[in-house]
Design a protein. Structure first.
Length: 125
């Protein structure tokens, strides 16, 4: 899904790596030139692992049928929920349960990994 005016994010749903391939997350993140980038790295059973390089804020959304896991590699990720905000620092993770309205924000460039159902719509339902 290329960036567009409605959702100005670079979202790549193609699976970049097959089983038995080494994934160099740092090389991919270092090469990223986008403020909001999402690349599917690999498939694990019925889920995918995605790399996010983010700066700024995502829109409010929810996923009716899917949980989302966020893990911070570097930087700081804020996850706004309807009544409070979760702050994640490097080596911290958090699960947003299905049906939960949320948005993610990063005050500075932040690198994250996400684990989610392969069929999830990244921009929400």
């Amino acid at each position: 899904m290329p960036a567009n005016s409605s959702f100005p994010y670079e979202t790549r749903l193609d699976i970049l790596h097959k089983p038995l391939e080494v994934i160099d997350e740092k090389r991919l993140a270092d090469a990223c030139e986008y403020d909001w980038y999402n690349q599917t790295l690999c498939k694990v059973n019925d889920s995918v692992v995605r790399l996010g390089v983010v700066k700024g804020e995502y829109h409010w959304h929810k996923h009716d049928a899917d949980d989302e896991f966020f893990y911070v590699v570097e930087g700081q990720l804020l996850i706004d929920l309807e009544d409070h905000t979760i702050e994640l620092l490097p080596r911290q993770g958090f699960v947003v349960p299905k049906g939960t309205v949320h948005r993610t924000r990063a005050p500075q460039r932040t690198v994250i990994l996400m684990v989610e159902n392969q069929g999830i719509i990244p921009t929400g339902n």
